[in-house]
Design a protein around this ligand. Structure first.
Ligand code: SAM
Length: 298
């Protein structure tokens, strides 16, 4: 008998979240449910969609689809990595699907990339169903730590200067489940302590200007209370509600503009990218007038 899932009706998956996305929903046509289980941390669903390839859903929220994942992975990785002059040590918190790590190891200057994922089931399922995303999880520069990213960061915040990071990417799920702590001031304080003096952090916000702009305004305020150099940018991803996802990027270095690459993107690097380039790096910080006024408090 075919598997049934409460969020799939008449072959349509429905992402409904009355708290975060009231009055609207995203639907994707389902061809087949590939996996459904409850891990120690969350509800995990993987289905084959009609138009977007295989889709990973955690606690009812779409995390990535094979068709548009590069728009997210490339922007959350290359905005901080190209804004930094010479990133060597990179930390990724969350990101068990492997998409961000795949982008991080494209940079020859990166010497080590640590992935801290709480749920091994996400890693194993991604290896099975999201092969193009998980392709670099076994890369020699990559180390995987299976633990809570918040706890890991607490230890990292007390480490010696040479063990601090050049770039930290928070590729977490939404704030309702095990990722709740990543959207609080204490988390930004730990990020600040775990970074080198010219270090850069970026975090997905789970929001965009259409859904809850006041939430973004407050998140920016929280980040700015720790990193005075904090900016908002976004990427366009059709399988995230409203088709857009906000990112908060912060640098410890006051003089790093963040809004353009700090080093050359070689032809070899550019040929290996489908979404990111120097122009879209800068363009992603440009907001419509009303949103700019709210988020950047003009
Ligand atoms: N691209 C996605 C998005 O923004 O929708 C996020 C991708 S990735 C699948 C998110 C990962 O964060 C999940 O695999 C989840 O298990 C992990 N995660 C959630 N809370 C965590 C925590 N406290 N520590 C480490 N990883 C965590």
């Amino acid at each position: 008998m075919a598997m049934e899932h409460p969020l799939i009706k008449d072959c349509w998956f429905r992402e409904i979240n009355d708290e975060h996305f009231p009055g609207q929903a995203l639907m994707l046509k389902v061809v087949e449910i590939l996996h459904w289980s409850k891990s120690e941390f969350q509800d995990i669903l993987v289905f084959k969609s009609a138009e977007y390839g295989n889709v990973l859903v955690l606690d009812g929220i779409i995390q990535c689809s094979e068709r548009d994942e590069f728009a997210y992975q490339e922007m959350i990785s290359h905005i901080p990595l190209f804004s930094h002059k010479d990133p060597k040590r990179v930390l990724v918190i969350g990101g068990g699907d492997g998409g961000v790590i795949r982008e991080v190891v494209k940079h020859d200057c990166v010497e080590s990339a640590t992935l801290v994922e709480i749920d091994n089931a996400v890693i194993e399922l991604s290896k099975k169903y999201l092969k193009n995303m998980s392709t670099s999880l076994n890369h020699p520069k990559v180390k995987i730590e299976l633990c809570d990213g918040f706890r890991y960061l607490k230890d990292a915040a007390n480490s010696t200067d040479e063990d601090r990071y050049d770039v930290i990417i928070t590729d977490s799920s939404d704030p309702d489940g095990p990722a709740e702590a990543f959207f609080q001031k204490e988390y930004f304080e730990l990020l600040h302590s775990a970074l080198k003096d010219d270090g850069i952090v970026i975090a997905q916000t789970s929001e965009n200007i259409w859904l809850d702009i006041n939430y973004l305004k407050n998140l920016m305020k929280t980040a700015k209370s720790v990193f005075t150099n904090t900016k908002y940018c976004y990427t366009m991803v059709p399988t995230y509600t409203s088709g857009q996802l906000g990112l908060v990027v912060c640098s410890k270095d006051e003089n790093n503009e963040l809004t353009s690459p700090s080093r050359e993107i070689t032809d070899r690097e550019q040929n290996n990218l489908r979404y990111y380039n120097a122009s879209i790096h800068s363009a992603s910080f440009v907001l419509p007038t009303w949103a700019d006024k709210v988020i950047n408090q003009k």
